[in-house]
Design a protein around this ligand. Structure first.
Ligand code: NAI
Length: 253
């Protein structure tokens, strides 16, 4: 059985993914919220905002996993240093640490957001963010490029999509990396998005495509990308938004 690490496993999309994977895989379910063990599920307690805790998980899991889904994320209602630590620094440290010992048919999926495309940060600024290796680096980056609230969230997801793409092209002969970018999905984080981005923006998205997504719909796509059957899909950022991106592209054409 393949061993799959899922972060953000206690709630929403991550919890739905654990449910979909656990019959066929051994799931390592990581969250800062304690999880109960279940058949096929080994809970891992870790606060991804703490680099020392992430390093400990890397040490424990190196060579023991076949695939990683980084689902955990924090919204723009959290302080910007926390948003950038959990949404950017943690996946770079966690996945970067595990990558050298993932098998050649291994797979990594990061959960970004359609918010990635909202960030106005130029690519050089995003690359500067991706060069940060610790919270002090993040604090210095924020000093040079102030981002707060939803702007911090948007740039964090833009950076995550870019890192996934750049890392995917460095591993074309081995581990596959892809990201997914959901539109609004009915999970607890949506209340935070309503608070930080404004109710109207979120509801406009549902109005355009008929409804918000369900966590199971995002989890199913992530599960497929993790699976060796997705072997020809590399370096893709897959929008999972009920057609919102398609609508915008059609309107722009
Ligand atoms: P959620 O709030 O239900 O789940 C997030 C999970 O991440 C929680 O279990 C939480 O404990 C965990 N987490 C947060 N900070 C952590 C930390 N420091 N250490 C360890 N675990 C931590 O939200 P949802 O919707 O399942 O979010 C999953 C991902 O999907 C996030 O990355 C989010 O940004 C992204 N997303 C969600 C959308 C939505 O509308 N629900 C839309 C676009 C992207």
């Amino acid at each position: 059985r393949r061993r799959v690490l899922v972060t953000g496993a206690a709630s929403g999309i991550g919890a739905a993914l654990v449910t979909q994977l656990r019959d066929d895989c051994e799931v390592l379910a990581l969250d800062r919220t304690p999880l109960d063990p279940a058949p096929g599920v080994e809970p891992l307690h870790c606060d991804l905002a703490e680099p020392a805790q992430v390093a400990a998980v890397v040490g424990e899991l190196r060579g023991r996993v076949d695939a990683v889904a980084h689902v955990a994320g924090v919204p723009g209602t959290a302080p910007a240093p926390t948003v950038l630590a959990v949404n950017v620094l943690a996946p770079l440290q966690l996945i970067g640490g595990l990558l050298p010992e993932l098998p050649s048919d291994g797979s990594v999926v990061t959960v970004a957001s359609i918010a990635a495309h909202r960030s106005a940060a130029p690519v050089e600024v995003v690359d500067e963010l991706l060069a940060c290796t610790d919270p002090a680096g993040i604090a210095a980056w924020l000093g040079r490029h102030p981002h707060t609230g939803p702007e911090a969230y948007d740039v964090s997801k833009k950076a995550l999509v870019r890192w996934t793409l750049l890392t995917a092209v460095r591993h074309l002969a081995g581990v596959r990396l892809n990201s997914v970018s959901p539109g609004p999905v009915e999970t607890p984080i949506l209340a935070d998005f309503r608070a930080s981005m404004g109710e109207a923006d979120i509801e406009r998205a549902a109005g355009a495509v008929g409804r918000h997504g369900h966590p199971e719909e995002v989890a199913a796509a992530v599960a497929f990308l993790l699976d060796p059957r997705a072997s020809w899909i590399r370096g893709l950022d897959l929008p999972l938004d009920g057609g919102l991106t398609a609508l915008r592209a059609a309107a722009a054409a």
